[in-house]
Ligand binder design. Structure first.
Ligand code: E4P
Length: 217
């Protein structure tokens, strides 16, 4: 399973990329706002840092304008994936942009039927939002499982990019289900390393090591 970082914060992405766990990045208008940066500038910097797909989202509602914005965003770097919303206009833009050879990430997916349409429209990635479904008492992980089954049944090549990840549990459950990718906020990604028994075990080893009086020279 690939790890994407769900962020537009250069420093945080760089820190994670340093240990080789970043296979791509996703951004959205809210993350651009949070970064306080210009979308073109920050997206270019992210693309310089990460060789995998970097999603940048269009903000138009009509297909023609989405296509224009998508072309502008795709011009930033060869690893841009143009993010379009899961609307009828978004699907039209997906078909057109993927027909031009651009990677398209269809976002704001909340149902298996929406995911089916995105695959038929040529999406490289489908982004089902787990956390936002959980927020309204629906089962986000079940949606990932349903899409996995449907895509496997018909051998769709669209990659399942599980989004709106809120917890370490979301990450491991997505891996068990077989999501191709999880896009994870930096804090959740860093938190995956934590286990109290690791901390306790390390403390005990270091205490015993001090008692040996030895040094590794
Ligand atoms: C990623 O592509 C999505 O935009 C992001 O995961 C949404 O996460 P949120 O529901 O926590 O805002």
């Amino acid at each position: 399973m690939k790890f994407f970082v769900d962020s537009a914060e250069i420093d945080l992405i760089a820190e994670l990329a340093e240990i080789g766990i970043v296979d791509g990045v996703t951004t959205n208008p809210s993350l651009i706002l949070k970064s306080g940066r210009d979308i073109i500038e920050v997206t270019r910097e992210i693309c310089d840092l990460v060789s995998g797909p970097v999603s940048a989202e269009v903000t138009a509602l009509e297909a023609g304008e989405m296509i224009e914005q998508g072309r502008r965003l795709a011009g930033i770097a060869p690893n841009i994936a143009v993010k379009v919303p899961l609307t009828w206009e978004g699907l039209k833009a997906c078909r057109a942009l993927s027909g031009e050879g651009k990677m398209v990430n269809v976002t704001l997916c909340f149902s298996a039927n929406q995911a089916l349409l995105a695959a038929k429209a040529g999406a490289a990635f489908i982004s089902p939002f787990i956390g936002r479904l959980d927020d309204i008492n629906l089962d986000g992980l079940q949606l990932i499982a349903d899409i996995r089954q449907i895509y496997d049944n018909y051998r769709f090549e669209t990659e399942v990019l599980a989004a709106s990840i809120r917890s370490a549990n979301h990450v491991s459950e997505c891996a068990k289900i077989g999501a191709d990718i999880v896009t994870v906020p930096p804090a959740v990604l860093k938190g995956l390393v934590k286990h109290p028994l690791t901390d306790r075990g390390l403390d005990a080893f270091l205490r015993d090591w001090a008692k040996t009086g030895q040094k590794i020279a």
